[in-house]
Design a protein around this ligand. Structure first.
Ligand SMILES: Nc1ncnc2c1ncn2[C@@H]1O[C@H](COP(=O)(O)OP(=O)(O)OP(=O)(O)O)[C@@H](O)[C@H]1O
Ligand SMILES: Cc1ncsc1CCO
Ligand SMILES: [Mg+2]
Length: 283
């Protein structure tokens, strides 16, 4: 007899996704892609350590002068506008263009997109350069999708990720990018399909730059499977969430979770990943 209960269907989706997620992580560890990060000052340390712990090679290289030589050698680029000033924008745009011309994926993190006109304009111009993936929290994706200010509490979200699913779908359709919204459930869409990655713990929001770091992780996963950016993005979000769940079992609060999260990412094995992947199809 076929079991059609919601629970059985959810289990089936996770069963289908689990080997995909594990294959991405193990391939990444084998290939150790080089990830160029143009990112904010707050996130540099956690982002670089996240990439190292998962097996990638980070390089926080952001000067305009180095982009023509360096960006074509990177396997993917991560652009994050967190501590944006006007003099960083040309390097971000140039790197995005060089990555695209070199056939390399690039990922945009539109930190606090709705916090000011300057920031929103810069983010929309970067979206116009066709990122492979855009990853933001609920408020950031709503601000970008509606091209409107106000939908944010600075860099933190004032919206649930669930409320950003339709804005994410519409942004994916207009931009041509895969769009990921982080939150209690991470949603990933290509404009048609929507999946929800339900790994992670709420305490991850209490560590600054976990969102920035998972965006860089997405760049690393997409670097090793650029033709399947939707699957790679979903896998990265699930892996980061699983590392958070395991880290939380040992943590006493945000500071020790930060440490255990990195340790867990480094130590994840096949059986743990296969058992813990929690991904459902929403479309
Ligand atoms: N309530 C929650 N339950 C489980 N996981 C969560 C929850 N909130 C956030 N996360 C996870 O925390 C990570 C960071 O997501 P968040 O939405 O806080 O990003 P962000 O706002 O861009 O963060 P930052 O700007 O500080 O880098 C993601 O991996 C996400 O899945
Ligand atoms: C706190 C903060 N401010 C600008 S960027 C950043 C890191 C989290 O997005
Ligand atoms: Mg963020």
């Amino acid at each position: 007899m076929v079991d059609n209960t919601d629970e059985a269907q959810e289990h089936q989706h996770s069963t289908e996704w689990a080997p995909i997620v594990w294959t991405h992580l193990s391939t990444l560890r084998q290939r150790s892609p080089l990830i160029q990060c143009i990112t904010n000052f707050v996130s540099m340390d956690l982002m670089a350590n996240t990439l190292l712990s998962v097996g990638a090679s980070p390089a926080m290289i952001h000067s305009l002068q180095e982009i023509p030589e360096f960006t074509p050698r990177a396997d993917a680029l991560c652009v994050n506008v967190g501590t944006l000033t006007a003099d960083w924008v040309p390097a971000m745009k140039s790197a995005a263009q060089v990555a695209a011309q070199s056939g390399k994926p690039w990922v945009l993190d539109p930190v606090a997109a709705g916090a000011s006109g300057f920031r929103l304009k810069a983010c929309l111009e970067l979206v116009g350069l066709r990122p492979t993936v855009i990853r933001g929290n609920g408020s950031e994706i709503i601000a970008l999708s509606k091209a409107s200010l106000g939908h944010t509490k600075g860099v933190d979200s004032s919206d649930e990720s669930t409320d950003a699913v339709e804005p994410a779908r519409s942004l994916a359709q207009t931009s041509g990018s895969i769009v990921a919204v982080s939150g209690a459930v991470d949603f990933i869409t290509d404009g048609q399909r929507v999946v929800g990655a339900r790994n992670g713990v709420a305490m991850m929001q209490k560590i600054t730059a976990t969102g920035c770091s998972v965006t860089a992780l997405i760049a690393a996963f997409v670097a090793i499977d650029p033709l399947h950016a939707f699957e790679a993005t979903t896998s990265a979000l699930s892996i980061f969430g699983i590392a958070g769940e395991i880290g939380m079992e040992l943590a006493k609060g945000p500071a020790s979770l930060r440490m255990h999260l990195i340790d867990s990412l480094h130590g994840l094995d096949q059986a743990t990943v296969i058992r813990r992947v929690n991904i459902i199809s929403m479309s």
